[in-house]
Design a protein around this ligand. Structure first.
Ligand SMILES: NC(=O)c1ccc[n+]([C@@H]2O[C@H](COP(=O)([O-])OP(=O)(O)OC[C@H]3O[C@@H](n4cnc5c(N)ncnc54)[C@H](OP(=O)(O)O)[C@@H]3O)[C@@H](O)[C@H]2O)c1
Length: 303
């Protein structure tokens, strides 16, 4: 499937939807499994290899079915499983748009360059398409950004972006360096539409990527009669309606699924169009409900 692309402020073209596989083996349940020696050994030698195999298989599948935009971060791992997935998929590296981020830990340890080099080595690639920082860590993100600008000038990434930035973070960045970010990635979904921040980014020529784009399958959306009725009309699922709403808004949704049939569902949103009334009705669902952290109110010593 050929996914439409959007041109960024430096001329690079990016697919209008992406897959973010996140951390291998992520499961909220796992925190509750006891930590006895036996259980830890079982996890390390039996569960973990299976999880890694499934992860590589799922990421490879996402590439094969057309998800060429991959959203990744050094906070999720060293990238070697992504490297395996690229090989397993048979898709040429040049046909992929690979994003990675500088973790907060690397910012705290002032290891920005080393962090990117380790991602490149892990993935087995010479460059990434998009390099971001994961969060604007207080007192550190300006220096991180300056170092990222240097890495961009040296050709290790095709574009630079930021994540979790409010307007005031972006204004500080633009004072500090001569490169405007191509993307700001932050939480957006119908429960938290972030219209002001999106409008500000667009006014500066910065494209927006939406993370937690389907609000982690939140019941308050999935059970909403408005969304169910629109889904029924187009013979689509509520998730597909939400993803289509992002794309028609002009925001790039990043959605996480390691399930092959749900990946196919998520990418199958280019054969229908929401009316402007439907778009407005979905906009109006907003209740400013943030599911993730607010960058101005979080503890960067642990995040
Ligand atoms: N920059 C940042 O700080 C930041 C923060 C959060 C997220 N992100 C990025 O955004 C990506 C997605 O965010 P997220 O994981 O928070 O939230 P999300 O994509 O809104 O939700 C993911 C959840 O939805 C389920 N799901 C996906 N497609 C589905 C479908 N068609 N039907 C039913 N359930 C479906 C997934 O389960 P299955 O896997 O079982 O399908 C998973 O449990 C991340 O992987 C990451 O790349 C970035």
């Amino acid at each position: 499937m050929d996914i439409p692309k959007i041109e960024l402020n430096n001329g690079v073209r990016i697919p209008c939807i992406g897959n973010g596989p996140g951390i291998v083996g992520y499961s909220p349940r796992q925190d509750r499994i006891s930590n006895s020696l036996f259980k830890r050994a079982f996890r390390k030698f039996i569960i973990r290899p299976k999880q890694e195999y499934d992860y590589v298989d799922a990421v490879a599948n996402s590439f094969k079915i057309g998800f060429s935009l991959l959203d990744y971060s050094s906070s999720y791992g060293d990238g070697h499983l992504i490297g395996k997935a690229i090989k397993r998929s048979g898709v040429s590296r040049n046909d992929l748009f690979i994003t990675t981020r500088i973790s907060n830990q690397a910012q705290r340890e002032q290891k920005v360059r080393a962090c990117l080099m380790s991602q490149l080595q892990g993935m087995g690639v010479d460059y990434v398409d998009m390099l971001m920082f994961h969060w604007p860590v207080t007192d550190l993100y300006i220096d991180t950004w300056k170092e990222m600008v240097q890495l961009y000038k040296e050709g290790y990434c095709k574009c630079l972006g930021v994540a979790n930035c409010h307007k005031h973070h972006i204004e500080e960045l633009m004072k500090a360096a001569d490169v405007v970010p191509s993307i700001n990635q932050f939480e957006v979904h119908p429960l938290f539409t972030q219209k002001d921040l999106i409008g500000y980014c667009w006014s500066k020529g910065i494209q927006v990527e939406a993370y937690t784009a389907i609000a982690r399958f939140d019941d308050r959306l999935m059970r909403l009669p408005l969304l169910k009725n629109i889904a029924q009309k187009y013979h689509k699922t509520v998730v597909q309606i939400i993803l289509r709403w992002h794309v028609q808004t002009g925001v790039i949704p990043l959605v996480r699924s390691l399930n092959k049939s749900r990946q196919l569902e998520n990418v199958s949103i280019f054969d229908f169009e929401l009316t402007s009334n439907e778009m407005k009705a979905i906009d109006a669902i907003n209740i400013n409900s943030r599911l993730r952290y607010d960058p101005d109110n979080c503890d960067f010593s642990i995040l």
